[in-house]
Design a protein around this ligand. Structure first.
Ligand code: GDP
Length: 149
């Protein structure tokens, strides 16, 4: 069992659709714990920094414009195999190709407005978590089992 952490962002389209709770339920039902959370707007410069890896992509400008349209719900998820598990819950980048029952298939309409972001590797997870949350605001539940209460 590998306990991992991953960064998740509910994007402006899904926040506007009022489905934060439904998406959180999917994390919880899959055994992922929300160990940090913050609702925030991204500034243009932070959006550009966060997505710097896509700087030279033709969709970069549209991606940045979209990510600053409205508030985001940003969280750290912790659990067994959290990075891959969260990616499976999200579904394919293009919602039209996403498997039925995934977050993108159920809540997203286009590759631009695709509801959710999730880290894709251990390296990006560490960098992305540090981008949004100082360690002091990440509340690991590793040593707290549900049997405690
Ligand atoms: P993700 O890890 O599934 O979110 O996908 P990527 O890291 O490859 O891309 C980051 C984000 O850029 C995606 O979630 C999309 O919103 C957007 N994106 C990626 N590829 C495309 C594309 O081919 N066209 C457009 N318009 N947007 C894209």
């Amino acid at each position: 069992m590998t306990i991992e952490r991953t960064l998740s962002i509910i994007k402006p389209d899904a926040v506007a659709k009022n489905v934060i709770g439904q998406i959180y339920s999917r994390f919880e039902n899959a055994g992922l714990k929300i160990i940090a959370a913050n609702m925030a707007y991204l500034s243009r410069s932070d959006a550009e920094k966060f997505y710097v890896i896509h700087k030279n992509q033709p969709f970069f400008k549209d991606l940045i414009e979209f990510m600053i349209l409205g508030p985001l719900m940003i969280q750290v998820l912790e659990g067994d195999d959290a990075i891959a598990k969260n990616r499976r819950l999200m579904g394919a980048t293009d919602p039209k190709k996403a498997e039925t029952g995934t977050i993108r298939a159920d809540f997203a309409v286009s590759i631009d407005a695709n509801a959710i972001h999730g880290s894709d590797s251990q390296e990006t997870a560490a960098t992305e978590i540090a981008f949004f949350f100082p360690e002091i605001n990440v509340y690991s539940q590793r040593n707290v089992s549900s049997g405690t209460f």
